[in-house]
Design a protein around this ligand. Structure first.
Ligand code: NAD
Length: 459
């Protein structure tokens, strides 16, 4: 049995909550802190508040044993060997990361620290954040030998967050302290030595074909940059294939074939070469912007990142134009919309291109019948239902009597609809697919005019 470490996770959102239950799953004793008392109460009651595979099971398994929920960070700090800061780092007006939540947590920790504790940046933060946290400690009179700082960025994806946390490609530990590196190595040992995967009830334990994840030790600043550079690179890949898809449209070529041919090159790889309506979510947009700001502050010309953002923004307006050209005019049109989340498998609508497109379409005078398998409750908080927007029970209800059906999120269930039924339900059988979920020939066989991204239109 590996050593049990007393861990505190601050923040119980997509990253914090997943980290907390996964650390418990790895055998550690965890206190999960959130300053939102309603969340704390809900989590204590077994309601995990976010849609993630395996999360309800793990919460149920550990909420009365290895994971405790509280809003009292001061008390939790006094017991901790390692504190993972997993609060939000949203984008501020200029694009720079707003680190006020991280600062508030660091100040509270500084006021409560009594024994040696490793403070871990789990949130995505710009390079040099570790030095700011150190200053907060020093300004509060915390002795240097009472703490070390580690950057341990998180690479999980919403929708597969628990699996990603327990089966990471790599674990990055950035620190300039050997003592702190030892603590982090102990925490992740059940994964890095492979013992976790051998447990009979390990999440996806027996399915895993890959080797235990490597733990990459770096300097603190390198680890901070690894996270921003990784997300910026993935966003770049998406914008690149979107730009190629626009070129394919102009040349009447098929971007799916082009992406397949590119992806077969092992230097490129097939992932993140899916054209669409642009990336969204709570990470890529803000992280690309924050990385661009970091480069500016450090006097480095990284104009490539601005281009990534420009292509991403234009992908949404191009899609709007595609809908317009499919329907001639937009005012007064009734549209079915499949998908509100920023991607399939999650209820997260933060920076969702689907939400932005719905807002644009309503402004253009359309009325919308929307459906999403998990994100409707969250969407209703930002897009109020009314005469121009109704939330429907399923994809078929959303398609009823509409002038066109739009696919905006790549939920698996949207990729195998009964197309005959869809055709019969719609006023006009027109599908505009922002996620390329269908073979254009299949749509044609089912009598549907099909407009997708970067592929010749079939109608
Ligand atoms: P989130 O908004 O879902 O959760 C943040 C939580 O922190 C909230 O529950 C909030 O109440 C709590 N919080 C805020 N201030 C607090 C305080 N002072 N004390 C205690 N709790 C406090 O955010 P998230 O999506 O989990 O992201 C957290 C961080 O992880 C961000 O930096 C993000 O960029 C990064 N990240 C996110 C993902 C992802 O897919 N969501 C993936 C990797 C990294």
């Amino acid at each position: 049995m590996n050593d049990t470490i007393r861990i505190v996770v601050v923040g119980s959102g997509y990253v914090g909550l997943v980290a907390a239950v996964c650390f418990a799953e790895m055998g550690h004793s965890v206190v999960c802190v959130d300053n939102d008392q309603q969340k704390v109460d809900a989590l204590r009651g077994g309601n995990c508040l976010i849609h993630e595979n395996y999360l309800p099971e793990l919460l149920e398994r550990y909420r009365n044993s290895r994971v405790r929920f509280t809003s009292d960070l001061a008390e939790a700090t006094r017991e901790a060997e390692a504190i993972f800061i997993a609060v939000g780092t949203p984008q501020s007006g200029s694009g720079i990361a707003d680190l006020s939540y991280v600062e508030a947590v660091a100040s509270e920790i500084a006021r409560s620290l009594t024994t040696y504790t490793v403070i871990v940046e789990k949130s995505t933060v710009p390079v040099y954040t570790n030095e700011w946290i150190r200053k907060v400690m020093e300004r509060n009179g915390v002795s240097q030998n009472l703490f070390d700082i580690v950057s341990n960025p998180e690479f999980l994806r919403e929708g597969t967050a628990v699996r990603d946390f327990l089966h990471p490609d790599r674990i990055v530990v950035g620190t300039d302290s050997e003592r702190a590196a030892m603590v982090l190595s102990k925490i992740y040992e059940p994964l890095t030595d492979g013992s976790y995967y051998k447990q009979p009830d390990a999440i996806d334990g027996f399915c895993t074909s890959h080797k235990p994840p490597p733990l990459l030790l770096t300097s603190t600043k390198s680890a901070e940059i690894i996270k921003h550079a990784s997300n910026a690179f993935l966003a770049l890949k998406i914008s690149f294939i979107n730009a190629v898809s626009n070129l394919c449209e102009a040349a009447n070529a098929d971007v799916e074939q082009v992406a397949q041919g590119m992806g077969m090159d092992s230097r490129i790889g097939p992932r993140f070469l899916r054209p669409g309506i642009g990336y969204g979510g709570s990470c890529f947009p803000k992280d690309v912007a924050a990385f661009r700001c970091v480069a500016e502050q450090l006097g480095v010309d990284f104009a490539l990142l601005s281009e990534v953002e420009t292509i991403n923004a234009s992908q949404k307006t191009r899609f709007l134009d595609k809908v317009r050209s499919a329907l001639w005019t937009l005012r007064g049109k009734k549209l079915g919309v499949l998908g509100l989340a920023f991607k399939g498998g999650t209820d997260d609508i933060r920076e969702s291109p689907a939400i932005e497109l719905i807002q644009m379409l309503i402004t253009e005078g359309c009325s919308i019948q929307a459906f999403d398998p998990a994100a409707m409750a969250r969407a209703e908080q930002v897009l109020l239902s009314g005469p121009n927007l109704q939330y429907m029970q399923d994809a078929y209800e959303a398609a009823k009597d509409v002038d066109a059906l739009l696919i905006l999120t790549d939920w698996a269930e949207f990729s195998h609809l009964d197309l005959q039924r869809i055709n019969r339900l719609m006023r006009y059988p027109i599908v505009v697919d922002g996620r390329n979920l269908y073979d254009p020939n299949l749509m044609l066989e089912n009598g549907i005019s099909y407009f997708s991204v970067g592929r010749p239109t079939k109608h």
